[in-house]
Design a protein around this ligand. Structure first.
Ligand code: UGA
Length: 442
């Protein structure tokens, strides 16, 4: 007996993880996507996303008859009906990219509503899981024109690279709706996870998602700015963050300085919140400052490299060969979207540097990176050959385990600029390098 019959529309990170994990929790799930080729690949067990345990859960779900894939949302509804009973919950996990003027583009959500409006059975619930502007549930309800269908906002808080773990071990479940019974039905899907559940109205649920991501972005910008001040006042950011992190109100997580925060979520959501605030005639200066600090952070990393390589703040990087370790926006992913590493690389290139990069998550042969910006190679030693500096941009643990003595034999100058404070400075120094970190004594 399946617990609930669920359709998940959209098989990106959030959709596929939601589908596979809900199937693992015992629900009967059909995932739909408009991309036929993608559905074919998913049926063949090729998930196309680098995510721990996701392929395993997809295969288990399919083998157990709890998970399947179809082309198109209405086909998902039909297939559930053919299976014996109609859909009870339909998740919308379609892309909501930043549209004109930084406002989220909801055309994919609207298209699914159009397509399924007349096929949804009375009493079923439509759930927005994509990050959508506050007010989207109201808009969805208007588009639906169905009083007998509930609309619920149920934002997702999973991180790329640990999507399955985060989904199955959530800090909280947030469910918001104008209809209490619809909200409770969605909350019940997750009952087995035993997480604290916030039952609220739709606008508050939508706001919680932005409030969380913007808070995280502010936390990181604060740490990055604090690291800069530490450099100027001879303090050590590692000790400072440890010292503040023991305060439970602050917490140890999300306190590592870096080249800036990026990815497909924090930049998009901070901008979207600013737009929403603007539209509501409110100037959200804290979030604006977090974004500005982040943009400046890329430049700051370039200044750090410039000073380290040339010995002068105004020295030229023209034709200086620089090895980049890391291109993805964070470790354990192959995602290059809004990657700070690429932002820093673009500025280094503008300054005239010649860049060769290695990233464990990026295949040199298939990398979708403009070759006029940088050359991607398949190992760190090749990247380092003849370089005047090795710049660490992503926190891949593999970089710690490199043979730094061997690297010392490859480079032209033994200099490491570690924008993530990732490496053990003593090991690097013993290999003959000068190590330059962020917010730490040199
Ligand atoms: C973020 C949130 O963490 C998730 O909770 C949220 O669900 C997700 O956005 C989303 O909205 O879908 P994600 O984009 O996967 O998750 O990445 P994070 O792990 O948050 O990292 C974001 C950026 O901050 C990365 O560039 C990372 O390198 C940087 N970062 C993170 C630091 O520089 N220092 C840290 O201590 C942590």
């Amino acid at each position: 007996m399946f617990a609930r019959r669920v359709a998940v529309v959209g098989t990106g990170y959030v959709g596929l993880t939601t589908g596979a994990c809900l199937a693992t929790l015992g629900h009967r799930v059909i995932c739909a996507d408009v991309d036929e080729a993608k559905v074919e690949r998913l049926r063949a067990g090729e998930i196309g996303i680098r995510e721990d345990r996701l392929a395993e859960l997809v295969n288990e779900g399919v083998a157990a008859g709890r998970l399947s894939f179809v082309v198109g949302a209405s086909a998902a509804l039909k297939e559930l009906e053919r299976d014996g009973a109609p859909v009870e919950v339909m998740f919308l996990c379609v892309p909501t990219p930043m549209g004109v003027g930084g406002i989220a583009d909801l055309s994919a959500v609207e298209a699914v509503i159009e397509e399924t409006r007349d096929a949804l059975p009375a009493g079923c619930v439509v759930v927005n899981k994509s990050t959508v502007p506050v007010g989207t549930s109201v808009r969805t309800t208007e588009l639906l024109r169905r009083d007998d269908v509930g609309v619920v906002s149920n934002p997702e808080f999973l991180r790329e690279g640990s999507a399955v773990h985060d989904f199955l071990n959530p800090d909280r479940i947030v469910v918001g709706s104008a209809k209490q019974d619809a909200a409770e039905r969605v909350a019940a899907l997750y009952a087995r996870l035993g997480a604290p559940t916030v039952l609220t109205d739709a606008a508050s649920a939508e706001m919680i998602k932005y409030a969380a991501n913007c808070f995280l972005a502010m936390k990181l910008s604060y740490v990055n700015a604090m690291a800069e001040l530490c450099e100027r006042l001879d303090a050590d950011i590692a000790d400072v963050t440890e010292g503040i992190g023991y305060d439970k109100r602050i917490g140890q997580a999300f306190l590592s300085p870096g080249p800036g925060w990026g990815g497909s979520c924090l930049p998009k959501d901070t901008n979207a919140l600013l737009q929403a605030a603007d539209a509501a005639d409110f100037e959200f200066r804290l979030v604006r400052a977090a974004i500005d600090t982040n943009t400046r952070q890329y430049q700051r990393m370039v200044e750090k490299v410039r000073l380290a390589v040339t010995g002068r703040r105004t020295g030229s990087l023209s034709r200086r060969r620089i090895a980049l370790l890391g291109l993805t926006f964070k470790a354990h992913t192959d995602d290059l979207r809004d990657s700070p590493a690429l932002g820093v690389a673009a500025l280094l290139k503008q300054a005239g540097a010649e860049l060769v990069a290695y990233d464990p998550g990026v295949d040199a042969a298939t990398a979708r990176i403009d070759s006029s910006l940088l050359t991607v190679v398949d190992d760190a030693y090749t990247a380092a050959r003849g370089a005047e500096a090795v710049v660490v941009l992503t926190e891949w643990p593999q970089f710690r385990a490199l043979d730094w003595r061997r690297l010392a034999g490859e480079v032209a100058e033994r200099l490491v600029v570690d924008t993530r404070n990732l490496l053990d400075a003593d090991i690097i120094r013993r290999a003959g390098f000068r190590w330059v970190g962020v917010g730490r004594p040199q």
